[in-house]
Design a protein around this ligand. Structure first.
Ligand SMILES: *[C@@H]1O[C@H](CO)[C@@H](O)[C@H](O)[C@H]1NC(C)=O
Ligand SMILES: *[C@@H]1O[C@H](CO)[C@@H](O)[C@H](O)[C@H]1NC(C)=O
Length: 168
């Protein structure tokens, strides 16, 4: 009964596929965030390891450079990363640990009271996660809040980049 065997094989393949697609931990195996290198995992699973590509770049960190963070739907959560480096890998790793995350927005936010004085990280590097891809034209949060009392300036954003998850 060759056609029955083929059907069964197809069905099993479909089940395996969907399991791999929904199990974040399986997909997470061994990603080098910036290069897409695969460093671990079984040969078949490695084929489906997520790769991130830059959707849009930040506009720089010069004194006069200003940028916006994404305002868009399917927002999931955010974290604050150590700002000793512009930690794209850390942001992507966080995305890989959160269900449904397919896009990250990484940026510096200045003059934010919580970031500067309250949160334990004492860092202004924010990593926002989304369940949907967003584009540069959606960088519409330009700050402008008086978060810290004067003479501190208003909040502003610098170097806001976006990274989209692909499944390889
Ligand atoms: C600004 O963002 C780009 C990614 O768009 C990154 O390569 C660069 O290192 C960042 N610069 C700083 C100073 O954080
Ligand atoms: C890192 O974040 C802290 C808290 O917001 C800020 O005071 C500091 O200037 C930032 N450092 C850099 C290199 O951006």
């Amino acid at each position: 009964m060759p056609s029955f065997v083929r059907l069964l094989t197809l069905a099993l393949f479909a089940i395996t596929e969907s399991a791999a697609a929904v199990d974040g931990k399986v997909l997470d195996v061994g990603i080098s965030a910036q290069t897409g290198d695969r460093v671990a995992g079984g040969p078949n699973l490695a084929e489906r390891a997520p790769i991130f590509r830059q959707e849009f770049a930040g506009t720089g960190t010069g004194v006069d450079d200003r940028d916006g963070s994404i305002v868009g739907n399917a927002y999931l959560t955010y974290t604050v990363l150590n700002n000793a480096t512009y930690d794209v890998t850390g942001c992507i790793n966080f995305c890989n640990s959160v269900n449904r995350c397919v896009f990250v927005n990484l940026y510096y936010e200045f003059n934010n009271y919580l970031l500067d004085f309250v949160f334990p990280e004492k860092s202004n590097l924010k990593c926002d996660l989304y369940g949907k891809v967003h584009r540069a034209f959606e960088k519409t949060n330009l700050g402008g809040q008086q978060s810290i009392p004067p003479p501190a300036g208003l909040t502003y954003i610098q170097n806001s980049s976006g990274w989209t998850r692909y499944t390889g």
